[in-house]
Design a protein around this ligand. Structure first.
Ligand SMILES: Nc1ncnc2c1ncn2[C@@H]1O[C@H](COP(=O)(O)OP(=O)(O)OP(=O)(O)O)[C@@H](O)[C@H]1O
Ligand SMILES: O=C(O)[C@H](O)CO
Ligand SMILES: [Mg+2]
Length: 444
């Protein structure tokens, strides 16, 4: 049976949607945390709610509201109170938890108030209490608790510097952890001796729990010495606000306590569960592909690199599958995920997924029975209202007919206008989740 291009496009969209649905925060929390009467089951661990006087919820991240909603649905009357910080407008219907809307990616005063509220519940919780911590992408900027002597303004200035210097997220968060009163395992210190369950939705390649939202409840292996090296690597020393420079210097001189390390007894009372990730989304997408009659091949959930280069690799796979049936003969669905980057060449409008689809379109020009979809799971690709775009072997020719030259469009970094003109943008609206991006190659 050969499928039409329209069929392949429809199926690619169904496969993408299945990936997103599997990491929907409300559903993911309710799948991980289940309750039967007085018993709570969390990824295999059982908690007897009769042993806990209070149950609190704290957390930070763009998916905080929907994660809290899922947890409220499970805990119902057993939830005492809570404070979760989310990005402005990233709200959801919750009843017991207080949502603090705050600034991202530059922290603001509302974020500081949210972090204070979180620390308040963490400290208030005693030996007979249970605390849930909900973490997702954006959690670092949304939980500013600058160390003593550092002002919010200095933290803001420092954040702008960090985001622009080219450092990776684990380098950025290593610095954040050493300038904070709650990041890098320090929140777990405040929660002790209460029992702590952390639910995590990963937005970083590799899903490192000590990196996501700056790992406030897990051991931190990094040190002040690492901070000094990162500052040197990106030549930041001269630009640091004086209070931050002196804080890091005192830390390196052993005058400040280090972040909590693995093996500290308080971590015995902590459970941490990854409830959503790019890999989980890819696995769900693979299942949907199988159901639609495309044997799936999942390549990797850790794709990184320049979007147009990664796209060319996908186009090359499409050619190979068509020509030789390697590594699999059609029908097949090749799935990958991760987060690419775009070196901007022009002043146009676009996103990394739209640029991916554009570069792919150029390389699969004329190829039959091939569709490539690239989309951000948060539904927002770059500064646009589209999640990504879809390309096939006729895309480049259809564009030429409209007077659009794909090569020129890449030079202008204008992928949004390109796919908008073709009506091939991918729209989902904000999905409430974020596990990076998904790339789907369908050969029918
Ligand atoms: N015209 C453009 N063409 C292609 N990519 C672009 C363009 N303008 C911005 N981008 C890319 O969009 C990305 C920023 O997108 P976005 O705001 O979604 O951030 P993000 O990295 O996804 O962060 P978050 O996790 O907060 O969503 C950057 O990688 C940037 O290079
Ligand atoms: O908040 C953060 O630190 C980033 O989004 C990575 O999780
Ligand atoms: Mg995004």
């Amino acid at each position: 049976m050969t499928r039409t291009i329209q069929q392949l496009r429809t199926d690619a969209r169904l496969i993408f949607d299945a990936g997103i649905a599997s990491v929907d925060p409300v559903a993911a929390v309710q799948k991980t945390v289940t309750r039967q009467g007085d018993f709570l089951s969390v990824a295999g661990e059982v908690y007897d709610l009769r042993q806990y006087a209070h149950v609190y919820v704290i957390g930070a991240g763009k998916a905080g509201a929907t994660m809290a909603q899922g947890l409220e649905n499970v805990l119902q009357d057993r939830l005492t109170a809570g404070a979760v910080t989310v990005k402005y407008d990233h709200v959801a219907p919750v009843t017991t938890v207080t949502l603090h809307e705050a600034g991202h990616p530059i922290p603001d005063a509302a974020g500081v108030r949210g972090a204070e509220a979180m620390m308040h519940f963490a400290q208030q919780a005693g030996e007979n209490d249970l605390v849930f911590c909900l973490l997702s992408g954006g959690g670092s900027a949304l939980s500013p608790a600058p160390s003593a002597g550092i002002t919010l303004e200095e933290k803001q200035q420092f954040t702008s510097l960090l985001l622009a210097c080219g450092a990776s997220i684990d380098e950025i968060n290593t610095l954040r952890k050493h300038l904070s009163r709650l990041k890098g395992g320090q929140l777990a210190r405040l929660v002790a001796p209460a029992r702590l369950i952390t639910l995590v939705l990963s937005d970083v390649v590799g899903d490192r729990l000590d990196v996501i939202a700056s790992g406030p409840t897990v051991p931190d292996a990094s040190t002040f010495t690492d901070c000094r090296e990162i500052v040197a690597r990106y030549r930041l020393m001269d630009q640091l606000p004086p209070s931050i420079r002196s804080h890091l210097q005192r830390g390196c001189a052993g005058q400040l306590p280090e972040t909590p390390k693995a093996g500290e007894p308080m971590f015995d009372r902590c459970q941490t569960v990854l409830i959503g990730s790019n890999r989980i989304a890819l696995q769900a997408a693979a299942q949907q592909a199988r159901d639609l009659g495309y044997p799936p091949l999942v390549l990797s959930s850790s794709i990184q690199g320049e979007a147009r280069e990664i796209a060319r690799v996908h186009a090359a796979m499409a050619h190979e599958i068509r020509q030789s049936g390697l590594p699999m003969s059609p029908p097949v669905c090749v799935l990958a995920g991760g987060e690419t980057t775009v070196t901007l060449l022009g002043q146009g409008k676009g996103g990394r997924n739209q640029e991916f689809a554009l570069a792919a379109a150029m390389d699969i020009d004329g190829l039959e029975g091939v569709v490539i979809l690239s989309g951000g799971t948060d539904g927002t690709d770059g500064p646009t209202d589209a999640a990504g775009a879809v390309a096939d072997g006729a895309t480049a020719r259809r564009a030429q007919a409209l007077g659009l030259n794909p090569e020129e469009v890449i030079q202008r970094s204008d992928s949004y206008s390109f796919f908008n003109a073709l009506d091939d943008l991918l729209f989902t609206g904000p999905t409430g989740t974020n596990v990076m991006d998904i790339y789907i190659l369908l050969v029918g």
